[in-house]
Design a protein around this ligand. Structure first.
Ligand code: THU
Length: 133
C-alpha cells in the first residue's frame, strides 16, 4: 500500500462525508499493521458537538472490529467536489491516535501526500496509556 493509494482511499471515503453545517468534507484511510485499510468520513450533527471527525470514524471502525495496531493514516479535506484544503488532524483525533499508536505512526496529508508527519511531531509529550502503566 503506497501513500498515494492510501490518499486515494481517503478521497473515496470523503464522498460519504455528512457535513451539512460546515460544508467541509473530510475523508480518512487508516492502514493497520496487517495491511488492511479502514476508511472514515466526518459525520456532523445538528448539536454540532456530537460531530465525529473522519479520522476518529476510521479508528473507531477498526477498534470496534478488534484491530489496535496501526501504521499510517491519510487525510484529505475541503469544501469542493475534490479535496482542496490541507487537513491536519484536530487535537481530539491526535489524542485518539496517541491511545492506539506508537510515536512513529505516520500521518499523510495534502493533495499529493506532500505533507507527512509522525504522531510524535503532531502531538509531542502526549499523555498516553504509558502514563497510566
Ligand atoms: N474535521 C475532520 O473530520 N477532521 C479534521 O482533521 C478536521 C476537521 C471535520 C469536523 C467538521 O465536521 C468539519 O471538519 C469542520 O471542522
Amino acid at each position: 500500500m503506497t501513500e498515494h493509494e492510501l490518499l486515494e482511499m481517503a478521497k473515496t471515503a470523503r464522498k460519504s462525508a455528512y457535513a451539512p453545517y460546515s460544508g467541509f468534507k473530510v475523508g480518512a484511510a487508516l492502514l493497520d499493521q496487517q495491511g488492511r485499510v479502514w476508511t472514515g468520513c466526518n459525520i456532523e450533527c445538528a448539536t454540532y458537538g456530537a460531530t465525529n471527525c473522519a479520522e476518529r470514524t476510521a479508528f473507531f471502525k477498526a477498534v470496534s472490529d478488534g484491530v489496535r495496531d496501526f501504521a499510517a493514516i491519510a487525510v484529505v479535506g475541503g469544501r469542493g467536489d475534490e479535496p482542496d484544503a490541507v487537513c491536519t488532524p484536530c487535537g481530539i483525533c491526535r489524542q485518539v491516535m496517541a491511545e492506539f499508536c506508537e510515536p512513529d505512526f505516520r500521518i499523510i496529508c495534502g493533495e499529493d501526500a506532500e505533507l507527512q508527519y509522525t504522531l510524535e511531531e503532531l502531538l509531542p509529550k502526549s499523555f498516553s496509556p504509558k502514563n497510566l502503566a
